[in-house]
Design a protein. Structure first.
Length: 263
């Protein structure tokens, strides 16, 4: 039988087919590169207008900042005083003692850190076996914005820090005022000069120090040249011969210094 000759496709059809294939390949590349992705749990936050108690918010879980690449943190000197609260409930830290529940909030206008990421950092610090639950006096649990709570950890802009702390003009340190544990975002983002330890260590210190005030602990002094600084020492204002240390418990014992404060 005579062979049938195949009809060649028109050149235009070949070009169109290749163009469509190229578009499909390009779309795959964008998705594979992570440029198009749905929002994750960290995007689910409750937006509130004041540090008071809040309406219900969707449940979620705090995401540790260590799970994703760090981003630069930026912030205005004065934020709007509105808050993004971390969602969901964490596990109970500690095996015995009174249970205290805490919320975590980040002021609107702070960029580069979500409320759930900040909550993950604070929660990991307070759940560490060297933190406040080690002695069996306290248990701590992070909760979402819609349930009962005992105190709130705020990440605030410097001017809002002054308003929450009600201690006059400062804008440099963090504080505790009643059931408000206030972390100054300027210190969270940059630490302090001449601290002699990593920014992560300073962040662990500032969470433990201010929560320590909420648990009833006052300021302490450096116990001796070259020794670790007690967590209740005002390490933000200087180490005074001690070395940076972020934890209230050391080598299985409560680590403290003599009572007192620095200017």
């Amino acid at each position: 039988m005579p062979r049938r000759r195949r009809r060649a496709l028109p050149v235009a059809a070949v070009v169109v087919s290749l163009g469509l294939a190229g578009l499909g390949f390009g779309s795959w590349q964008l998705a594979a590169a992570g440029r198009v992705e749905p929002p994750g749990p960290g995007a689910r936050q409750a937006v509130l207008n004041s540090p008071g108690r809040s309406p219900a918010a969707p449940a979620g879980s705090a995401t540790s900042g260590a799970e994703r690449a760090p981003r630069p943190i930026s912030y205005p000197v004065r934020g709007p005083g509105r808050w993004l609260f971390a969602t969901g409930n964490g596990a109970v830290a500690g095996r015995s003692g009174d249970l205290l529940r805490y919320r975590v909030a980040v002021e609107e206008g702070i960029a580069g850190l979500t409320a759930n990421e900040f909550a993950g950092r604070a929660e990991a610090t307070l759940a560490d076996p060297r933190s406040w639950t080690a002695g069996g006096q306290w248990r701590l649990r992070r909760v979402g914005p819609d349930g009962p709570y005992d105190f709130t950890i705020y990440l605030a802009t410097p001017a809002t820090r002054d308003e929450l702390c009600a201690m006059g003009y400062d804008r440099y340190t963090s504080c505790r005022n009643g059931d408000r544990v206030v972390v100054n975002v300027a210190r969270w983002a940059h630490g302090v000069p001449h601290y002699g330890a990593s920014l992560d260590t300073y962040r662990q210190y500032v969470v433990n120090h201010e929560v320590g005030h909420r648990l009833g602990h006052g300021h302490e002094l450096c116990p001796g040249q070259g020794r670790p600084a007690p967590v209740m020492q005002q390490q933000t204002l200087g180490l005074h011969g001690c070395t940076a240390f972020a934890w209230p418990w050391r080598d299985g014992n409560r680590y403290a210094g003599p009572s007192g404060a620095y200017d």
